[in-house]
Design a protein around this ligand. Structure first.
Ligand SMILES: Nc1ncnc2c1ncn2[C@@H]1O[C@H](COP(=O)(O)OP(=O)(O)OP(=O)(O)O)[C@@H](O)[C@H]1O
Length: 300
């Protein structure tokens, strides 16, 4: 049994379908990413998993439980990241940890949790005085305090500086290493590529693709990118006729092509045939960023 099952989930607001038949399954121990453009329906989807919104139709199960009908049981196995507004400004870190621990029958000991999250020196600091990174750490601590089997994190690192973001990634990896399944909503491609075992790309309320980060990159039309400055003009028709070509662009005397290894080999042969030298030749793999744009454009 998958730890989270979402099947044909639908939710409309004012007659507009914002989640329009979303299905995916998350396996125990995975970091599963939900990625998509603004307004794609990501938060609505994960809030249905958390039992915070009631689906119009479809089936959602968390450890086999219905998050709406069995909300209390689900709350014992699922930890959700709070929104900023949900915590009192005057509450200290220690008070928040103790308060949230009191909500659960078998909470984690908050002291080692605070230690692990680097919150130990901040126990007497009020919430309002914490930095953005410290607040995020506290939210992670509160999401973990009930000893959940699944934790849902939405836009976890938005607003964090690069170092705090990297520290948070390490934390998420530690959380997973301790056996917790992570459902992660994110806008950051680097974050998704680095952390997620699998990703559902959601676009306009539907799953546009579901795969590993590498699988998504391979699936996008131009998985390999080659760019160079030619020593002499290259015939555009010849470039457009290259095998398995996904895109071609000309800028400031440089040519950038995307396609497959076959495209790269063919363009090198083409240049050699015309005795053209490729200056500053670069060959790289497409990134998740490229794949995302490709996949969400394709869906549009
Ligand atoms: N309670 C609501 N009433 C009406 N419309 C809503 C409600 N909640 C969400 N929406 C709309 O549903 C759409 C999907 O919202 P959702 O927050 O799920 O998207 P998202 O993918 O999480 O977006 P973002 O990346 O911008 O957070 C948006 O157009 C949003 O305005």
């Amino acid at each position: 049994m998958s730890i989270i099952e979402v099947s044909e989930l639908r939710k409309s607001y004012g007659g507009r379908a914002v989640v329009d038949g979303v299905s995916f399954a998350v396996e125990e121990g995975e970091i599963f990413g939900v990625l998509g453009p603004n307004g794609a329906g990501k938060t609505t989807t994960v809030e249905c998993v958390e039992g915070l919104r009631v689906p119009d139709s479809g089936r959602v199960r968390v450890t086999g439980l219905d998050p709406v009908a069995e909300r209390e049981q689900v709350a014992r196995v699922l930890g959700a990241q709070l929104q900023q507004s949900e915590l009192q400004a005057k509450l200290t870190v220690r008070e928040a940890l103790e308060l949230y621990a009191s909500f659960y029958p078998h909470p984690a000991d908050w002291r080692p949790l605070a230690e692990r999250l680097g919150l130990a020196p901040k126990l007497t600091t009020r919430f309002a005085k914490l930095s953005g990174g410290q607040k995020q750490r506290l939210f992670i601590a509160l999401a973990l305090i009930g000893n959940p089997r699944v934790v849902v994190l939405d836009e976890l690192t938005t607003g964090l500086d690069p170092r705090a973001r990297r520290d948070t990634w390490q934390l998420i990896e530690d959380v997973r290493a301790s056996g917790v399944t992570v459902l992660l909503v994110t806008h950051f491609m680097e974050e998704a590529q680095r952390l997620c075992d699998r990703i559902a790309v959601i676009d306009q309320g539907r799953v546009a693709a579901l795969d590993t980060p590498q699988g998504l990159i391979r699936r996008s039309a131009g998985a390999t990118v080659i760019s160079f400055t030619p020593s002499a003009p290259v015939d555009e028709g010849d470039l457009n006729a290259l095998p398995e070509l996904a895109s071609v662009a000309f800028k400031d005397g440089r040519i950038t092509l995307s396609g497959t290894d076959a495209t790269v080999n063919a363009v090198i042969t083409l240049l050699a045939r015309h005795h053209i030298t490729a200056h500053q030749l670069r060959v790289s793999d497409a990134t998740l960023d490229d794949a995302f744009l490709d996949l969400t454009e394709a869906a549009a």
